[in-house]
Design a protein around this ligand. Structure first.
Ligand SMILES: [Zn+2]
Length: 152
């Protein structure tokens, strides 16, 4: 059988990176639902099927406010849904492994995002565009996860 490693990080430094990013919230083990190591194409298809639903669910739960609040001109409205852990990112390849753009091609991307409800955040168009494919900062994670904990 030609199975790929799909249930864990292929690089230990990535695992350590996320573990420390989520350290105030129980580390990686408490937030593993945010991650999915399958191929991005499969996950993208899944996402497109549930797109309208995942906008409505948090909207009815959290109201029409932007949950990212990372752009200075955030209008604080919820216009779209964004992934907390992005669909694809080359940030860790660049930051942790020193990959660079080569011959006009960007550094290769990795895909960690899950389609679990916890990985979706309501966002205004500005914050969504601002965050785009970045790994969320500790500030964003705190803001998003704290607002959820207040809710329970
Ligand atoms: Zn916003």
């Amino acid at each position: 059988m030609h199975t790929k490693m799909t249930d864990s990080f292929s690089n230990k430094e990535d695992k350590d990176y996320f573990d420390s990013l989520f350290q105030d919230f129980g580390g990686l083990s408490e937030n593993i639902d945010l991650f999915d190591f399958r191929e991005s194409q499969i996950k993208r298809k899944e996402f497109n099927k549930i797109r309208s639903k995942i906008f409505q669910d948090p909207k009815s739960k959290f109201g029409s406010v932007c949950q990212l609040k990372c752009h200075q001109d955030c209008p604080n409205s919820a216009d779209e849904v964004d992934h907390l852990i992005p669909l694809s990112s080359n940030v860790l390849n660049k930051q942790l492994r020193g990959f660079r753009a080569n011959n006009g091609k960007k550094a290769p991307t990795q895909s960690f995002d899950s389609n679990h409800p916890t990985n979706f955040v309501l966002s205004c168009t500005r914050c969504n565009a601002f965050k785009k494919n970045k790994i969320p900062t500790i500030d964003i994670i705190k803001y998003v996860l704290d607002s959820r904990h207040d809710d329970t």
